[in-house]
Design a protein around this ligand. Structure first.
Ligand code: IPM
Ligand code: MN
Length: 370
C-alpha cells in the first residue's frame, strides 16, 4: 500500500512527538511493505513567524491532497498576546473547519502497567476503557458574534454557543455508531438544566437513539460528569458532547490513562481526509529537552492506520509494542513513580522500534513452523 501523509509538526514538542510517530510509521512500513510518503507543512506559531499566517494556503493544500494528516501541536508564550487571527491555535481551528473535521475521537485506554502511574487509586482506574466523541466544528469555538468591543465606557466581550440541529445530529450519529461496535452504552453530556443549546442537544440525542435500539443512551450534566469521571470512570463506554465540554473533559480523562501525554485523537470528516493528533498541547516548557511522552502521537498514528487505511494488524502491532515497553517498566518522565527507570523520548521510541522488529522476527519463526 502507498499512502501520502501530510505532516504538520507545529510548535513546541509537536516536532519531537511527530518525529517519534513518523519513525514508528516508517518501521511499520518497512515491516509490512507499505510506502508512506510524508509531506511536511507549516502551521501555528512557526507559520506565523515565517508566513505571517497560522495556516498558509500551501499547508492547507498539502492536507487536502493527502490521504491523511498527522498534526503535532501549536502554541507558545511567544504568540500568546497576538490578535486572534495571528494566534497559533487559530491555524488548527481553521484547518478543522476547512477539512470539515466534525468528529473528534479521543480514546482513553489504561495500560495495565500504568495503573499506579495516575494520582487515582488502582480500584478506580481498573477496567477503564472509554472514548470521548467531541463535536469539533461548532459551539463556543466558532459561534458569532465573538470578540471584544467598547460600550458605555467599558470593554465588553462576547462568545456565542451556536448549534444547528443537523450539526448535533451528525455527531450524535457518529457516537451511536461507535457505541454499537463497543459495549453499547452511550452517555450524552450536556448542561440541559441551563443552556438551550443543551436542551436541543438532549432532544436530538433522544430522537437519534430511536435508530439504535441496542445502544443504551443516558444523559449526564457536565458538572456531574466531571465528578463521575474521577470517582467512577469505568461506568463510561462512549461519551458524546459538544466542543468545549469535550475539550475540558478529555484533558481530565487523559489522567485516567496516566497523563495527558497518553491521549491520542482522530478528527474525522465526511470527505475521508482525517486528521490525527495527540490531544496534548505544545508544552513549550519541556520543548527540545528530549523528555516529552511520544505515546499520544504514536497511538494517533495507530489510529490513522486503523481508521484511514484499514491496516488493523499494523495498528495492533504498534499498540502491542507500546504495551510491552510499559510492561518492561519503562516510562517517560510524566509517568514516573518512585525510582522507576525514566526514558528520554528518543530512547522510548527505540524501545518501541526494537519490539516491533523483535515481534516480527518471532512471528516469522512461528509462521515457518505452522
Ligand atoms: C485540543 C486543543 C485545541 C482545542 C486548541 C489548541 C485550540 O486544546 O485539541 O484539545 O481547544 O481544541
Ligand atoms: Mn484541549
Amino acid at each position: 500500500m502507498k499512502k501520502q501523509i501530510a505532516v504538520l509538526p507545529g510548535d513546541g514538542i509537536g516536532k519531537e512527538v511527530t518525529n517519534a510517530a513518523l519513525e514508528v510509521l516508517l518501521t511499520i512500513g518497512a515491516q509490512y511493505n507499505h510506502e508512506f510518503e510524508f509531506h511536511f507543512a507549516a502551521v501555528g506559531g512557526g507559520a506565523i513567524d515565517q508566513y505571517n499566517t497560522p495556516l498558509p494556503e500551501e499547508s492547507l493544500n498539502t492536507c487536502m491532497q493527502a490521504d491523511a494528516v498527522l498534526f503535532g501541536a501549536v502554541g507558545g508564550p511567544k504568540w500568546d498576546s497576538n490578535p486572534s487571527h495571528l494566534r497559533p491555535e487559530t491555524g488548527l481551528l481553521q484547518l478543522r473547519k476547512k477539512l470539515q473535521l466534525y468528529a473528534n475521537i479521543r480514546p482513553v485506554h489504561v495500560f495495565p502497567a500504568l495503573v499506579n502511574s495516575t494520582p487515582l487509586k488502582e480500584q478506580i482506574i481498573k477496567g477503564v476503557d472509554l472514548v470521548i466523541v467531541r463535536e469539533l466544528l461548532g459551539g463556543l469555538y466558532y459561534g458569532k458574534p465573538s470578540g471584544r468591543s467598547f460600550e458605555n465606557e467599558q470593554e465588553q466581550v462576547v462568545d456565542t454557543l451556536f448549534y444547528k440541529r443537523t450539526e448535533i445530529e451528525r455527531i450524535v450519529e457518529a457516537a451511536f455508531q461507535l457505541a454499537q461496535k463497543r459495549r453499547k452504552k452511550l452517555t450524552s453530556i450536556d448542561k440541559a438544566n441551563v443552556l438551550s443549546s443543551s436542551q436541543l442537544w438532549r432532544e436530538v440525542a433522544e430522537s437519534v437513539s430511536g435508530k439504535y435500539p441496542e445502544v443504551e443512551l443516558n444523559h449526564m450534566l457536565v458538572d456531574n460528569a466531571a465528578m463521575q469521571l474521577i470517582i467512577n470512570p469505568s461506568q463510561f463506554d462512549v461519551i458524546v458532547t459538544e466542543n468545549m465540554f469535550g475539550d475540558i473533559l478529555s484533558d481530565e480523562s487523559s489522567i485516567l490513562g496516566g497523563s495527558l501525554g497518553m491521549l491520542p485523537s482522530a478528527s474525522l470528516s465526511k470527505s475521508g481526509v482525517h486528521l490525527y493528533e495527540p490531544a496534548h498541547g505544545s508544552a513549550p516548557d519541556i520543548m527540545g529537552k528530549n523528555i516529552a511522552n511520544p505515546v499520544a502521537a504514536i497511538l494517533s498514528v495507530a489510529m490513522m492506520l486503523r481508521t484511514s487505511f484499514q491496516l488493523n494488524k499494523e495498528a495492533e502491532t504498534i499498540d502491542k509494542a507500546v504495551h510491552e515497553v510499559f510492561e518492561a517498566g519503562y516510562v517517560t518522565r510524566d509517568l514516573a513513580k518512585g525510582n522507576q527507570p525514566v526514558l528520554s523520548t528518543n530512547k522510548f521510541v527505540s524501545e518501541i522500534k526494537e519490539r516491533l522488529i523483535r515481534n516480527q522476527a518471532i512471528n516469522n519463526i512461528m509462521n515457518a513452523y505452522e
